[in-house]
Design a protein around this ligand. Structure first.
Ligand SMILES: NC(=O)c1ccc[n+]([C@@H]2O[C@H](COP(=O)([O-])OP(=O)(O)OC[C@H]3O[C@@H](n4cnc5c(N)ncnc54)[C@H](OP(=O)(O)O)[C@@H]3O)[C@@H](O)[C@H]2O)c1
Length: 326
């Protein structure tokens, strides 16, 4: 089968498409013929191994200390068709149209992927195209998780920082769906797209630092983890929630202290991917309550161009990768 691989950690040029043996599923796994996968910021961070120092060693011990060994094929989400199932798998059969998250060791940017039956894998509604379904598992599930942690009620005010990316584009729409008044922060060229997603107010982060304004919020979701921690706390209402999707060690430790010592809460937990949440999100898309924002589609053979676009070209929403049919 054809697969994108990164034989070493490094710049975009390390990526190549290779012919690899087709994987065969264990008794607890499902073999899926992939139609679409995605390239997200996390794939670029893994390829170049740009992670904070405290996360570097534990992650490297898993992915491969000197070169990628356990994780060689990028791609954390996919949509496709079940080819075979292991004899301990129930609920799926050959021919089912499915979408889901690979979980570690990833490998979604390939013609075939084996996924454990314990992973978040769901039947794709017929009304959803494969490219749309492929964007739901990481951006959608993370957005749902973080927006839920913000505990929004109708009329709550939320600010979303890094609002036009993979997670943010779903988070803005979900926060609106839950009845919140949404302020979306991102770069100038993305503000119209954010208005189109329903944002009530938009801020260009290159021109205005929201932590220095007078306005307060019931919740702040810092998707990119780049806003000042104390500045965000100052912009919260007395019982407000600060949710950080990409926290550093300092904000994790300070967050615990703030949550103990005040009525403000800081939340940094990673998402637990659940099948019922995949079904919930695909249902919202089917009903027209939520849209997957797809900026560009690349072929698997254009894996370098796709990483370059995600890393350098200020994408809006999602970048999908079309996998050849055979
Ligand atoms: N997707 C996941 O599964 C997942 C889960 C947990 C954590 N994370 C981490 O969370 C981070 C965001 O993920 P993502 O996939 O949503 O990334 P993304 O698609 O790259 O979106 C990030 C957005 O934030 C904007 N941005 C950059 N710097 C900013 C700043 N200083 N202030 C406000 N906005 C800024 C970016 O604009 P420009 O393009 O113009 O820079 C982009 O629109 C990544 O580091 C990722 O590893 C991801």
């Amino acid at each position: 089968m054809k697969a994108a691989v990164f034989p070493r950690y490094g710049p975009i040029e390390v990526l190549e498409v290779r012919e690899l043996p087709k994987p065969s599923p264990r008794s607890t796994e499902i073999l899926i013929k992939v139609c679409y996968s995605t390239v997200i910021a996390g794939d670029c961070e893994l390829r170049s191994f740009s992670f904070p120092w405290w996360f570097w060693l534990p992650l490297r011990l898993y992915t491969g200390l000197f070169r990628p060994s356990r994780v060689k094929i990028p791609g954390q989400e996919f949509s496709g068709e079940v080819e075979t199932v292991g004899n301990e798998v129930n609920g799926f059969k050959p021919g089912d149209q499915v979408f889901g998250a690979t979980g570690p060791p990833f490998s979604g940017n390939a013609e075939y992927v084996c996924v454990s039956k314990t992973r978040a894998l769901a039947l794709k509604p017929a009304a959803l195209s494969h490219d749309v379904a492929a964007t739901i598992p990481t951006g959608g599930l993370n957005a749902l998780h973080y927006v839920r942690m913000a505990e929004l009620k109708p009329g709550s005010r939320i600010l979303i920082n890094g609002a036009c990316g993979n997670i943010g584009s779903f988070a803005v729409q979900l926060a609106k769906f839950f009845g919140a008044e949404v302020t979306a922060v991102d770069a100038h060229e993305k503000l119209d797209a954010l208005r189109g997603m329903g944002a009530d107010h938009v801020i260009d982060y290159k021109r205005e630092d929201f932590t220095k304004s007078e306005r307060t919020y019931d919740a702040i979701l810092d998707v990119v983890g780049k806003a000042s921690f104390s500045g965000c706390l100052r912009r919260l209402t007395p019982k407000g929630r600060l949710v950080i999707a990409n926290p550093n060690l300092r904000s994790i430790l300070r967050g615990k202290w703030v949550s103990i010592k005040s009525d403000k809460k800081v939340r940094v937990q990673f998402a637990d991917y659940k099948v019922e949440d995949l079904e919930y999100l695909s249902g919202l898309i089917e009903k027209g309550e939520l849209r997957a924002i797809i900026d560009q589609t690349f072929e698997l053979s254009q894996i370098q161009e796709a990483h370059r676009y995600v890393e350098e070209d200020h994408k809006k929403g999602n970048v999908v990768l079309r996998i050849p049919t055979g």
